[in-house]
Design a protein around this ligand. Structure first.
Ligand code: BES
Ligand code: MN
Ligand code: ZN
Length: 532
């Protein structure tokens, strides 16, 4: 998509469609509880644009309520062929999050009508608005119907943003919006592909190609290397599949960044989760092609980080495997030894995400990560708890959580903290091994997090359970249904804030020493390579 910034008067613009936001500037509701009459206000001071919309506003048809869309042809005294008024909701709460959605809604409204280009007036708060417009436009342009023979690739291919301000700052904001928007779509593209077209090998190839393009180092380990490194938890999931598993390691190491902190981004990359021997019911099993959404989010985030260049070391790790039943598959009751040396009793082979992540998190610490964030479509229980609105967040360190929460506030992605307190540890104790891979009927999202916690030691860690939000069942005005690209925006924002050491992030970034070794017995077992 070609993006142009201009500062000329909107009414003089020759374009297929001029898009302008309209907010409701009504006063707060009175004490009698009655909502005040809407007071629509166009977010432009161009008199001709205001006049062109005047009758619609006077008629009461246009109120400025959220995502209200009104399209006018041949608007009087404008050079644009059409005028699209987009409701931004209450003026008071109008922010760049709304601007991003409006831009997405403009794309989706117009491309459905075969319009391929438009011009949009940036509301005030200009640089942020420009970034939000570009990002929202990219996100709105994505369609998931890849394999439909009559797929008509209706896309917006030209965007003009009308904005007044420092040219360099606006250009930079537009670039940032593009990078973050493209990264989300890159992730969504990986997640959208079905299991037969997105095997661990293909995922690794895609990551490798991306890394070469943006200048990241990339290592790929296959099954042999995974066994050699004694990643017994990871391998236990992969062993039942004919597809070779892959561990994808992407490194962003800017030369002038301090040695510490090193941020580790670890993603679950199950390219298809059948459940294994504890096989899932047929109904809805096809959805389990998106069980690599956490890994894909890390790949997308690394792409944006490489391009935005925060002054911080970041290592991205994706544990990619299928989870399949076969004669070679692991069985309930089996005991596996993780890379850390911890022994794990397998109760349910469908609790596989935590197994691959156990070794991914441990290995990230071995590589020197001082702070860890993982993302995974980990549990149905998290979907039961939070529905398809919020992702679950778990943390073992309040300062680190608070720092991440600041990034969430900025990104606008919805995530809700759930506990990972040691009171829950009892639930994953095993009679035969150190721990078991399920925690019984209750608190399933928490016991899954507790399992991961066993492998991060004292390293500050955040776990994102994105099972309910990685795939959207319905279209929204600003984004198509299908893969959402959740977590990319927050991870990129967090990396930037963490690099700046802003707010409480600096406390969390002090780079304390954290030991990697597990318990002595476990460590000995790991050293001797028992269990593999
Ligand atoms: N990939 C699933 C979790 C999932 C469920 C993702 C729904 C997206 C939507 C995970 O591997 C899984 O099967 N978890 C089990 C764990 C159970 C066996 C303890 C679950 O949640 O049922
Ligand atoms: Mn599973
Ligand atoms: Zn899974």
């Amino acid at each position: 998509m070609k993006t142009t910034l201009i500062s000329s008067s909107p009414s003089q613009l020759e374009t297929e469609c001029l898009v302008v936001a309209i907010v409701d500037n009504a006063a707060e509701p009175k004490n009698d509880g009655k909502a005040a009459k809407p007071k629509p206000k166009l977010l432009t001071d161009d008199k001709n644009v205001i006049n062109a919309a005047a009758d619609l506003i006077a008629s009461g048809e246009v109120t400025g309520k959220v995502l209200e869309t009104t399209l006018l042809h041949k608007p009087a005294r404008l050079k644009a062929k059409r005028l699209l008024l987009l409701g931004g909701g209450k003026a008071k709460s109008f922010s760049s999050a709304e601007v991003r959605k409006l831009a997405g809604a403009a794309v989706r409204t117009l491309k459905a009508k075969g319009v391929k280009s438009f011009a949009i007036i940036a509301p005030s708060g200009v640089a942020d608005a420009v970034k939000a417009i570009v990002e929202g436009t990219y996100v709105g342009n994505f369609e998931p119907n890849y394999y439909q023979s009559d797929r008509d690739d209706k896309k917006i291919d030209k965007l003009v943003i009308v904005a007044k301000g420092d040219e360099k700052a606006l250009k930079q904001a537009a670039d940032q919006g593009r990078i973050i928007g493209e990264a989300q779509n890159f992730t969504r593209d990986l997640v959208n592909e079905p299991g037969n077209r997105m095997t661990p090998t293909i995922l690794a190839e895609r990551a490798q190609k991306m890394c070469a393009e943006v200048g990241l180092k990339c290592d790929i380990y296959g099954g042999e290397k995974i066994r050699e490194l004694k990643m017994g938890a990871f391998w236990s999931v992969a062993q039942g599949s004919d597809e070779d598993p892959k561990m994808i390691i992407m490194r962003y190491e800017p030369g002038d960044a301090p040695e510490k902190p090193v941020l580790g981004l670890v993603g679950k990359g199950i390219t298809f989760d059948s459940g294994g021997i504890s096989i899932k019911p047929a109904d809805g099993m096809e959805k389990m092609k998106y069980d690599m959404a956490g890994g894909a989010a890390m790949i997308g985030a690394m792409r944006a980080i490489a391009q935005l260049k925060p002054n911080l070391r970041v290592i991205g790790i994706v544990c990619a495997s299928e989870n399949m039943p076969s004669g070679k598959a692991q069985k309930p009751g089996d005991v596996q030894i993780a890379m850390s040396g911890k022994s794990i009793e397998i109760i349910n082979t469908d609790a596989e995400g935590r197994l691959v992540l156990a070794d991914g998190l441990h290995y990230a610490r071995q590589l020197g990560c001082t702070h860890l964030i993982d993302a995974a479509t980990l549990t149905g229980a998290c979907v039961v708890a939070l529905g398809m609105v919020n992702a679950g967040v778990f943390a073992n360190d309040d300062a680190f959580y608070n720092a991440f929460n600041q990034a969430l506030a900025k990104s606008g992605e919805k995530m809700w903290r759930l506990p990972a307190e040691d009171d829950y540890r009892e639930m994953i104790k095993s009679d035969i091994a150190d721990i078991k891979n399920t925690g019984g009927r209750w608190g399933g999202a928490v016991t899954a997090a507790m399992f991961l916690k066993e492998f991060v030691g004292d390293t500050p860690w955040i776990h994102l359970d994105i099972a309910g939000v990685a795939w959207m069942e319905d279209n929204k005005p600003w984004i198509a249904k299908g893969p959402s690209g959740i977590a990319v925006r927050s991870l990129v924002e967090f990396a930037r804030q963490f690099a700046d050491g802003s707010g409480s992030a600096s406390d969390a970034a002090t780079g304390k020493e954290h030991s990697v070794a597990g318990s002595n017995a476990a460590q000995k077992r790991a050293d001797s390579g028992a269990g593999l």
